[in-house]
Ligand binder design. Structure first.
Ligand SMILES: Nc1ncnc2c1ncn2[C@@H]1O[C@H](COP(=O)(O)OP(=O)(O)OP(=O)(O)O)[C@@H](O)[C@H]1O
Ligand SMILES: [Mg+2]
Length: 358
């Protein structure tokens, strides 16, 4: 645990908006997608920070900002203390050696016409590192490290199964011994039995090589298994972040509580013990996020203040300093949100009761 106090990545007030343009000759901006809308996060050296949240909440966009693939609209991302959003071309090239990405789709992310040996050796070619027999030797070592047969060096991706292809992606990501690996849904496309193998491989590699992971997934049980800390995102923001054990034992943000309650239903033993909170309504559009707390239209605890005031992501009284929640009325221990929600659903049809927008 020793290196875990050292901050490797610090995401500070990061925004990433995508303009939507219309017009044939003169394109003008008609709206913008607030994909990432003021995110603060820290990743410590040697840990895995899991990021969860519903589809479209900005997880991949944030991942792309952290790896330098997307320029940010505002804010800073410090990597070992250097702001990577303002790097020169040379600086960016050096940074790209330290940070690698593993993608969701092991089928689409590998060029089918290239041999596996040359795919894994790509980073060496890009950075002009090893060549010829030396490169081949290094690639075969990487193949062995991730559990692939080095003799399959000359095969094409189509000759490998989904799990093996993801191992190819992992080997390529490891080639330059990066400090941070951003895994964007690395096992979502794999069969459940294969998921465990790839996750175990990532865990073993982390221990062996001292890697730091930013691990994105929508499957909370996967995130729980791999993460030291977890950040829950909602509509471009972090709703709650905490030590994994802390978060799963007592989520404070009603959205995090709802997500966790939905996930635990899959486990029959836990479903007996846990209440289930069903979120009302769909995720609002990131083009026009709700005022105040952007979760308020779906929140069982929403009050007039939530419509007006945007809650800060801070540690709440009684919580550990690293347990941060962006909520005016966090869930208290023992509080039964499902009952509260049922009550609100009943009264929300009456005119002057809580200002909950539906
Ligand atoms: N290049 C782009 N141009 C315009 N809008 C974009 C672009 N990339 C992402 N978006 C929008 O930004 C929002 C966040 O998308 P993002 O892919 O980051 O979400 P996500 O949390 O990774 O979702 P998923 O779980 O489905 O992968 C979405 O509304 C998406 O449509
Ligand atoms: Mg995504």
């Amino acid at each position: 645990m020793s290196g875990r106090d050292e901050v490797l990545v610090s995401v500070e007030g990061v925004f990433k908006h995508f303009p939507i343009k219309q017009g044939i000759v003169f394109k003008r901006e008609i709206a913008r997608v607030h994909a990432v809308d003021g995110v603060d996060l820290r990743v410590h050296r040697g840990e895995t920070l899991g990021i969860v949240g519903e589809s479209g909440c900005g997880k991949s966009t944030l991942a792309r900002c952290v790896t330098g693939l997307h320029p940010v609209s505002a804010g800073r991302i410090l990597f070992e203390g250097t702001d990577i959003t303002r790097l020169s071309r040379a600086g960016l090239k050096a940074f790209r050696r330290d940070v690698q990405m593993i993608f969701q789709d092991p089928y689409g992310s590998l060029n089918p016409r290239r041999r596996v040996g040359s795919i894994i050796g790509d980073p060496f070619a890009v950075h002009g590192i090893a060549s010829g027999a030396d490169r081949k030797k290094r690639v075969q070592e990487l193949m062995e490290l991730v559990g692939l047969n080095p003799e399959h060096y000359n095969r094409f991706p189509a000759e490998f199964s989904g799990g093996q292809r993801q191992r190819i992606g992992v080997a390529r990501a490891l080639a330059l011994r990066p400090k941070l690996i951003v895994c964007d849904e690395p096992v979502s496309a794999l069969d459940v039995s294969i998921q465990a193998q790839v996750i175990n491989l990532l865990n073993d590699l982390q221990d062996e090589l001292g890697l730091t992971y930013l691990f994105i997934a929508h499957d909370l049980s996967v995130v729980r298994h791999v993460s030291d800390r977890v950040a829950v995102m909602y509509l471009g923001r972090v709703a709650e972040s905490a030590d994994g054990e802390d978060l799963y034992a007592g989520p404070r943000h009603p959205y995090a509580a709802a997500l966790l309650s939905a996930a635990s239903v899959a486990d029959p033993d836990e479903a007996e013990r846990t209440e289930r909170i069903v979120l009302i309504g769909d995720v609002p559009s990131p083009i026009d996020p709700p005022s105040g707390c952007r979760f308020h239209p779906r929140c069982p605890k929403a009050a007039p203040r939530c419509v007006r005031e945007d809650p800060e992501l801070v540690s709440r009284p009684g919580d550990r300093a690293d347990h941060l929640t962006a909520c005016h009325f966090p869930v208290e221990p023992g509080e039964r949100l499902a009952e509260l929600q049922a009550a609100i659903a009943q009264v929300s049809t009456e005119p002057d009761l809580p200002e909950v927008e539906q």
